[in-house]
Ligand binder design. Structure first.
Ligand SMILES: Nc1ncnc2c1ncn2[C@@H]1O[C@H](COP(=O)(O)OP(=O)(O)OP(=O)(O)O)[C@@H](O)[C@H]1O
Ligand SMILES: [Mg+2]
Length: 234
């Protein structure tokens, strides 16, 4: 599905993520875990094409997408709900969704919008509201919804549950499971490791920009070498 080979990225001479190899299986959720500054967001931004790779490759399906722009990658089926959400705060909910769907014909907007509203009915109730006036949970739903408007095969979500109430987190996680059951592949960055472990099929742990562990979530739960700091299970 997505395969990254020896990927390295950073800012100036600083390497935020080095020599990372990872394969995502189609129709699964992979949790990308690690402490603050471990390189999780940089990894997602490099896969999405917003941060340039200094070395290594990103393959999506059979295609090497390493040299493609972010928009070209969206067209290939790679979408991101970024850290901090980066909504267009002065635009309405509907117009934020419209921006997410710009790669598709305008005539198909309503169908895609309604699909997002089916997943998050609350966005339907708030469709004419200004995004900056939404609650944190509504903004998170909108960030995910905007990414979904591109009809991605791979959905990357950074810090899904950060700052949200448990009820809203439940709702967002239920939506993720629905998307996975429909065949979507999901790469999920979270501080909330218990939540990730509850849904993930696979886990990858980063430390100082390097992969220190990867494997199935079941193996992660049973591996005593994974520290409590990462998994919070002990
Ligand atoms: N735009 C930037 N310019 C310079 N350094 C950056 C930039 N973005 C991130 N970094 C640095 O790269 C390293 C990895 O950051 P990154 O945001 O990828 O980590 P993270 O695992 O997402 O952390 P967090 O859990 O805090 O979100 C950190 O040392 C960070 O300070
Ligand atoms: Mg981050």
């Amino acid at each position: 599905m997505l395969r990254i080979d020896n990927l390295t990225c950073g800012y100036g001479s600083f390497l935020a993520m080095s020599d990372l190899s990872l394969t995502l299986r189609p129709g699964t959720i992979t949790g990308l875990l690690g402490a603050n500054g471990a390189g999780k967001s940089s990894t997602l931004m490099c896969i999405a094409g917003h941060v340039a790779a200094k070395a290594g490759q990103v393959y999506f399906g059979e295609r090497d997408v390493t040299g493609l722009t972010p928009t070209e990658r969206v067209r290939q089926g790679i979408a991101i709900s970024p850290e901090g959400r980066r909504l267009f705060k002065d635009l309405t909910v509907e117009d934020n969704l419209r921006v997410g769907g710009l790669i598709h014909p305008a005539a198909e907007f309503k169908r895609d919008r309604d699909r997002v509203i089916d997943l998050f009915p609350r966005l339907g109730e708030r469709i004419t509201s200004i995004a900056g006036n939404l609650s944190g949970g509504e903004q998170q739903m909108l960030a995910i919804g905007r990414a979904l408007m591109a009809r991605p095969q791979l959905m990357m979500i950074d810090e899904l549950s950060l700052g949200l109430m448990p009820k809203v987190i439940d709702l967002c996680y239920r939506a993720l499971l629905t998307l996975r059951d429909e065949g979507m592949t999901i790469l999920l960055v979270e501080q909330n490791t218990d939540r990730v472990m509850g849904v993930a099929d696979d886990i990858c742990v980063l430390e100082s920009g390097r992969r220190v562990w990867s494997g199935s979530a079941a193996a992660a739960r049973n591996d005593p070498t994974l520290s409590a700091a990462f998994l919070g299970l002990h």
